[in-house]
Design a protein around this ligand. Structure first.
Ligand code: GAP
Length: 440
């Protein structure tokens, strides 16, 4: 098994991501663009699977959560009300000597520049707002200012009344959204862990005020379980309650779901008890009543909100790290991504032993048996051993090999990724066999 504290693990993951088409540095042909990344042919599949797995758990398998896809561009009024214009800032200091810029809260010694080592050269801290500002329309005037959302959450609050009026849901119920968010991070880094453009998976769960604490505990447990169910070992996960001085401006209680990254524990997701802060703020700033009238008890209240807020891109990185493994097989090192089948980019790879007819025709027939059910790869190049290695490295749970005997016995060899065991399966029975083995 791979040692999670292996100092080379990050390099290996970054390298694998580049080599196999998971993640590329953005605008690479122009020398790259700091801390932005593009998801390649394999990565886009995995990232989509992470988001789909979240959606399945949070929306599809429940009756009390509905979905939303709100706009990324938003007017200043939203961020005025949410508190982001005033509070979503980092304290920045500059070194007068080397001109480097740092987050004050990341410095151990406020007297020494961590870059050039000069003493007494750091400026006073200034607040730096993390939101990306732009202009909507052709005129760059203040009336046209717009922001790229720094979180998806506000779309759920501003649409609270729309959703209540159209979905026949009543508290306790949630609104879920997956999408891009943007933050002008001062210190992006650690690959896709902290980037300026990233994807979030957030759900705002609206509850009667008295039920807030119970639902907060419920969502903390549910969310830790989600990562475990998708294959992250329990010892690499923990739930860490925030100290009072760590809490965001809107929260009375937050716990982070943390993963043991190669550099230590890092946040995957925050579960926050936001109380009625957001709905009250938006009601006050917009003048629209965002209270809820409960017919049964004939009472009116402003719901409290419990928010599990996860990062899709960051979670994908954690799943890659947790799944990465190297083992000795017949004197050679085999690299294998032991990804949960739900997250694996391809579920099945179809591999004809030769790239000549009539084997390829049969392989195409086999592919058409499985392709409607799962994302499948088809590869007829190189020696079969190398093709297996490639599929192991991208985490494909099953390889289906078509050999010359297949032409006679109408059967194929199914190889399982983790155990490397092989089974002969009739082509007629293949889809059913794989469905049982993959689990869906
Ligand atoms: N609505 C609450 C909220 O946005 P957050 O803790 O700031 O809370 C939630 O963000 C999650 O979004 C984080 O746990 C992390 O997974 C992800 N995230 C936040 N900033 C990120 C960044 N710069 N790069 C990648 N992921 C980020």
């Amino acid at each position: 098994m791979t040692d999670p504290s292996d100092p080379l693990l990050m390099d290996k993951i970054v390298n694998l991501c580049k080599r196999r088409g998971f993640v590329f540095p953005s605008a690479e042909i122009y020398g790259g663009f700091r801390s932005t990344y593009d998801y390649g042919p394999i990565g886009v599949l995995m990232l989509r699977n992470v988001k789909d797995a979240w959606w399945r758990t949070m929306v599809q398998l429940r009756t009390d959560v509905v979905g939303l896809d709100a706009s990324i561009l938003s007017p200043p009024a939203v961020w005025e009300a949410s508190g982001h214009l005033q509070n979503f800032t980092d304290p920045l200091v500059d070194c007068r000597n080397c001109k480097e810029r740092f987050r004050q809260d990341h410095l151990d010694d406020l007297d020494v520049c961590p870059s050039c080592g000069a003493r007494g050269t750091l400026t006073e801290a200034r607040s730096f707002n993390l939101m990306f500002k732009t202009h909507a329309g052709p005129v760059e005037e203040s009336a046209a200012v717009a922001y790229l959302r720094p979180e998806t959450a506000q779309g759920m609050f501003t649409n609270f009344a729309n959703v209540v009026n159209t979905s026949r849901k009543k508290p306790p119920f949630g609104i879920a959204q997956v999408g891009k968010s943007f933050r002008n991070e001062i210190t992006p880094g650690n690959f896709v862990f902290r980037t300026r453009e990233f994807e979030q998976m957030e759900m705002e769960f609206f509850v009667p005020p008295a039920d807030g604490p119970t639902w907060y505990r419920y969502w903390c447990e549910e969310r830790v379980r989600w990562y475990q169910d998708l294959g992250i070992p329990a010892e690499k996960l923990r739930l860490r309650p925030h100290d009072a001085d760590e809490l965001s401006h809107y929260s009375v209680g937050t716990s982070d779901v943390e993963f043991l990254f190669p550099w230590g524990w890092g946040e995957l997701e925050g579960v926050a008890n936001r109380t009625d802060f957001d709905l009250n703020q938006h009601a006050r700033h917009s003048g629209v009543d965002l209270s809820y009238f409960d017919q049964e008890s004939a009472t009116r209240y402003v719901p409290h909100v419990i928010e599990p807020a996860a990062g899709a891109t960051r979670s994908m990185m954690a799943f890659l790290l947790a799944g990465y493994d190297e083992e000795e097989v017949r004197g050679e090192t085999r690299t294998v991504l032991r990804l949960h089948p739900r997250l694996a980019p391809f579920k099945v790879a179809v591999l004809p032993l030769s790239k000549k007819e009539p084997l390829t025709a049969l392989a195409r027939d086999v592919l058409s048996e499985v392709q409607p059910h799962w994302m499948c790869d088809y590869d007829e190049t190189q020696a079969i051993g190398r093709r297996y290695r490639r599929q192991d490295e991208i985490g494909t749970p099953f390889c289906v090999t078509i050999d010359f005997e297949s032409l006679e016995d109408k059967a194929v060899t199914v190889r399982e990724r983790d155990s490397m065991t092989q089974e002969r399966i009739a082509i007629d029975a293949l889809a059913g066999h794989l469905r049982d083995a993959i689990g869906f």
